[in-house]
Design a protein around this ligand. Sequence first.
Ligand code: DI6
Ligand code: FE
Length: 397
Amino acid sequence: MLLTNLNLATMIGGYGLIPDAAIHLEGGRIAWAGPRVEAPKLPSTDCGGKLAAPGLIDCHTHIVYGGNRANEFEMRLNGASYADIAKAGGGIASTVRATRAASEAELLASAIRRLDTLLAEGITTIEIKSGYGLDVETELRMLRVARQLGKQRPVDVITTFLGAHTFPPEYKDARADYVKFVCEQSLPAAAQAHLADAVDGFCEGIAFSAAETEQVFKAAKALGLPVKLHAEQLSNLGGTKLAARYGALSADHLEYLDEAGVAAMAASGTVAVLLPGAFYYLREKQLPPVASLRSHKVPIAIATDLNPGSSPVHSLLTVLNISCVLFGLTPEEALLGVTANAAKALGLKDRGVIAPGMKADLALWDVERPGDLAYPLGFNPLAVVIRDGEVIRGGLS
Ligand code: DI6
Ligand code: FE
């Protein structure tokens, strides 16, 4: 398939724009991309000047869960903090109760609605975490549902085991025992069933200490799994430095990250995943150190963090916009954050840019310039999605 009359955002070294471009797709891969005048002589489809960018990648989500926490939104608006609610047994623990009580079919049915909403904005790869089961059975059920989502919809699913999300009620007074349980039972069970592509944790005052997190990282490494970490979201516990020491793919949130932490990320090649949805919903004041990330050349990704508590955000385009408005990213940085850098955050080398040999996952947009994607709020100019070289949404005439 040769597509012509495209405005191409290759996302190589910034937007990497090629005006009046063509792309040749073959066998699910990009065979060639460049100026139309240099295109191979093949029958072609005129795309009417659409913008072509890589398929979008949401590199941090928790879309599989049971229950609903709208009540906590009301509590927070009445003055309770996220940490207060967590300490009182709400928050993540409340979703754990609901998720344990939900069947696999129920979890799949609710997650598929969330996924469909995301896919309507041109997502072709999504990361999905466990972490609302915390016992072996429910963690595995969540991960099986995540894998199943990738079979039922045209999207690549990367799964992440998040057993170290919080302490379950049965281990409330036995923290060391729960960490041991994660390292010796739930994580190995997920790895053995090939249900975990990576391992994550929540390093925070209301969750796991850096020392506890390190034990989980050691277990992950022993199983040959890459790590990533929710770090420095509400305070600075040094989680990012620890993650960098373990060669983490990404450290996520990072509002309280200091310069030494940024330098550690730069040295280890760890991607900074910023999550402006959680910042927005929790009405945080502390901004992530964007200027420092830039000056240390740490790749910045952004994601929805779609979850029932701190970020019920079902739109990656919205995240593009609020990352610019709230965090001061440029629209170019925002688009890199859901393409090239989001792929890096997942350790995927075959996508996120438009270049020969890459997976033919593309989103075509009815916009003039790539910056137009981050500008409006609540407007979806998606025209066509191509995955593995096949049109899966919209149509080419
Ligand atoms: N940080 C987050 O943003 C999510 N998990 C985490 O460790 C929030 C999870 C939730 O509130 O349910
Ligand atoms: Fe998260």
